[in-house]
Every structure is written in C-alpha cells, then in structure tokens.
Design a protein around this ligand. Structure first.
Ligand code: CAA
Length: 295
C-alpha cells in the first residue's frame, strides 16, 4: 500500500518505520528537510537496534529504508496515497489546516487517519468533505515496541474504513483496539490524570521525583514512573492533552497542575529538550533528577 506519514518527529518516524518494515511504500512528509533527515536517522538507529538483537537482518533493514522517501511538499507527497497518517504536533488548528489540505489533495478513497492523542476525530473530520474516510489511528511511543493501536471511530467513520485500519494494524503485528470518539479516547483519558496527579503530589511536596516514580514502578509494576513517562512523552504534549480533556469535559479535575504549565513555559519539555523532571545527556541511560527537584 502507498502510505504517507505527515510529521517526522517522535511518532511520525516510528509510524513510517513500522509501515515500511511491514512492506508498505512510505512517503514521510514534514515542513523542514532537517526534521526529515533527523527522522530518517532515528529510523536507521532503531533498525540497527533490531539488527543487533537479531530480530531483523541487515538486508531487511536496507529494504525497509529503501521503501521510505521524504518530501517537504505535502501536495506531491499525498497525491498517490491510499492511506495518510497525520502525526503532526498536538495542536488543533494545525491539524484542522492539514486535514483541509489533505481533503483538497489526497485522492478520493484514500483513508485519512490522524495519530492525535486526544483531539476529537469528529471535529477533524468535519473540515473535510469525506468524514466517512477520517479515523483515529493512535500509535504508542516507542512505536516499534508498543503493541497497541487505539483505533478511534469518529461520528461518520465508515465500517469499511474501520475494518481496513484494523486489518492493516494487525498485519503490522500490532493489536488494534477500537473505541468511540470522546476527549482523550481511552489511553490518555486514564493516563494523563495519573501523570497530572503525580505532578500535583510533587508540587505539594508529598514526595520527590525519585520517590514518586519508585512507588509507581515498584508498587504497581509500571515500566517507567509517571514523571519519567511524562518526560518521555514530552511535557508540552502532556499539557496539550490535559487542556483538551479539561475543555472537552468542562471538569476541573482535568486542570493541568501549575507546575506543569510553568515547566512548559520555561522550555523544560522533558527528554526532547534535555530537561524535565530529569536531565538527559546524550549517550547516557542514567536517570538524574533535574536540579530544580534536588533536595
Ligand atoms: N525503537 C525500537 N526498539 C526500541 C526502542 C525504539 N525507540 N526503544 C526501546 N526499544 C526496544 C529495545 O531494543 C528492547 O528490546 P528487547 O526487549 O527485545 O531487547 C526493548 O525495547 C526494551 O528496551 P530497553 O531494554 O532499552 O529499555 P527498557 O526495558 O527500559 O524499555 C521502554 C524501554 C520499552 C520504553 C519501557 O520503558 C516502556 O515500556 N516504557 C513505557 C512506555 C509507554 O508507556 N509508552 C506509552 C506512552 S503514551 C503514548 O505514547 C501515547 C500518547 O498519546 C501520549
């Protein structure tokens, strides 16, 4: 299948990786060539990791990379697409703009999927003239590792489109789970209040960063503590999702913790910016609590 992925960031390059590894032809689209180069380099590194583990051969790595092309031209990049997966920043205006463009330039019959973590599929679909072909295809990070694809049906999404997306996800070795369209769907409706509550507990001085994460890792068998996970997802993304939940439900329980808002304002976005609740040094896997949270 011809698949176009919009966005070469953390999610976009992972989505391009798994589709190309699954034998599909992938066009990765971004607004900056530098982002595409960085995305491709990340895919190369993650494929190397699979080769080193023996789960992929060097020849399979090369053929996977050979199926990915990149472009900064959205119009050219989607003109032969049978499926587009949009994985741009979690910003509603941006996504609405992209879907208007996709409606204008992607062929009829092309499935228009969004990897949004929380924004209403129905709202995104409403800016197109083909809402029956719009669907949520929410991959989890790291995409090559996590099994889940949360498939979200908008108000008008057709059964045929849902079936195709479920079958495609299964063929990638993923486990699709279909849900209906409501703010945050299921994954983030449950995850983000937990992350927000952890930040609130830190803000109130109930426990330190290492203590909160240790309790959740060791006591509840989470692979990462919630503060480390927030850094991994990106604090700006966590904040954007909480705002969607807050606005979508009109319930103060989803109000983002002021500490999260302040950290994002200060440019502390987690692993991608080098500092969040922890500091991140290239090449090091050690978890070091950020200076602001040291006792
Ligand atoms: N690409 C490919 N493979 C990767 C990878 C990547 N980016 N990152 C890790 N891996 C592989 C490793 O090679 C390793 O494979 P094997 O077990 O076969 O050897 C395996 O994943 C585990 O990796 P590590 O041993 O390096 O590290 P780890 O044991 O600490 O696991 C982790 C890393 C898989 C990320 C684990 O910490 C984890 O599961 N964390 C939680 C992830 C999570 O909750 N993700 C969802 C976030 S929410 C989201 O994405 C949605 C949203 O809308 C916000």
């Amino acid at each position: 299948m011809n698949i176009s992925v919009i966005g070469a960031g953390q999610m976009g390059n992972g989505i391009a990786h798994v589709f190309a590894q699954g034998g599909h032809t992938v066009t990765m689209i971004d607004i900056a060539q530098a982002s595409l180069d960085k995305g491709l380099a990340t895919i190369g590194r993650n494929l190397d990791r699979q080769v080193a583990k023996g789960t992929l051969t060097a020849a399979e790595k090369d053929s996977t990379l050979g199926r990915i092309t990149t472009t900064v031209d959205l119009v050219a990049g989607v003109k032969a697409a049978e499926l587009v997966v949009e994985a741009a920043t979690e910003n509603v205006d941006l996504k609405l703009r992209i879907f208007k463009d996709l409606d204008a330039h992607a062929p009829m019959g092309c499935i228009l999927a969004t990897n949004t973590s929380s924004i209403s599929i129905t709202r995104i679909a409403a800016v197109t003239k083909r809402p029956q072909e719009v669907i949520g295809m929410h991959f989890m990070n790291p995409v090559p590792v996590m099994k889940l694809v949360e498939v979200i049906r908008g108000y008008d999404t057709s059964d045929a489109v849902t079936r195709t997306v479920v079958e495609l996800s299964t063929a990638l070795g993923k486990v699709p789970v279909t849900v209906n369209d409501h703010a945050g769907f299921i994954a983030n409706r449950i995850l983000m209040p937990m992350i927000n509550e952890s930040i609130e507990a830190l803000f109130q001085g109930v426990g330190g960063v290492a203590e909160i994460d240790a309790i959740m890792k060791l006591g509840l068998a989470h692979p990462m503590g919630p503060l480390q996970l927030a850094d991994f997802i990106g604090l700006d993304t966590c904040l954007a999702i909480l705002r969607v939940l807050h606005e979508g439900f009109g319930n103060p329980k989803y109000a983002p913790c002021p500490l999260l808002v302040q950290m994002v304002t200060a440019g502390k976005l987690g692993a991608k910016s080098g500092e969040g609740f922890y500091v991140y040094t290239t090449g090091s896997k050690d978890l070091v609590v950020a200076p602001a949270f040291r006792k």
